[in-house]
Design a protein around this ligand. Sequence first.
Ligand code: NAD
Length: 263
Amino acid sequence: MPQLGFGVWQVPDDEAQSAVATALEAGYRSIDTAAIYGNEEGVGRAVAASGLPREDLFITTKLWNGDQGYDATLRAFDTSLEKLGLEYVDLYLIHWPLPSRGTFVDTYKAFEKIHADGRAKAIGVSNFLPEHLKTLIEATSVIPAVNQIELHPHLQQHAARDFHAAQGIATEAWSPLGQGKGLLEVPAIVAIAQKHGRSPAQIVLRWHLQLGTIVIPKSVTPSRIKENIDVFDFSLDTEDMAAISALNEDRRIGPDPAAFDVV
Ligand code: NAD
């Protein structure tokens, strides 16, 4: 899986094709969508129009909460594949654990079937806390390849990352730029950006990459789409990394996975 990909949350279907096309032209090969984003068709159109060989691309989609359960998952996966216009996805994720509903184990058993059938090359989860992962791993046979969680300098997720590393699960950061809000104006990040002659977004992405995290920054602005992948020709030094790591506030932007149960 490429360590840097392109996220398309909040990109309307009719804009997704051009945004993904711009990303593919800029060199992205990994695209992160989800059934709930309502843009799997736009992503699929961009993939088809790109002319790129399917094996060069890494497409992730996610099962929405209302489709949890064994049979509903199989049906929802068929719909996603059809919308994407693909024969397989590279990674299929359970979007949220919904612990109060108790359905993620059955859901994941359907994922294991989809994986065994070769229609998802890898399967994993999103927003799972270590306690949810423990339950899942005890009850199923395929260790999730990935856990995609909220992760940025204000929410560094040390306990989750340690748990993932011990289990061989890759950590993928959603909202890696903290949704671009206050984070990119934090003085310590701006100072490091000035030192390297780079943008604050590039500094934050570089911090993730050097920690070993998979990142999927989102933008619909062509210049930012290009800027966000132009991060492989410089590196942060130990002092820069420490200054960003000192910004942790254990502060979420998104919901708490233990409580979130919107379907
Ligand atoms: P992000 O951290 O990628 O921030 C995106 C925002 O930052 C943009 O809308 C823009 O306002 C700003 N931005 C982007 N590039 C910039 C640049 N170079 N300079 C200045 N500002 C810039 O936030 P996100 O979209 O929430 O997260 C990225 C992806 O993660 C999503 O698109 C989606 O694919 C995924 N995601 C998954 C979940 C989940 O529950 N699994 C939840 C949220 C997001």
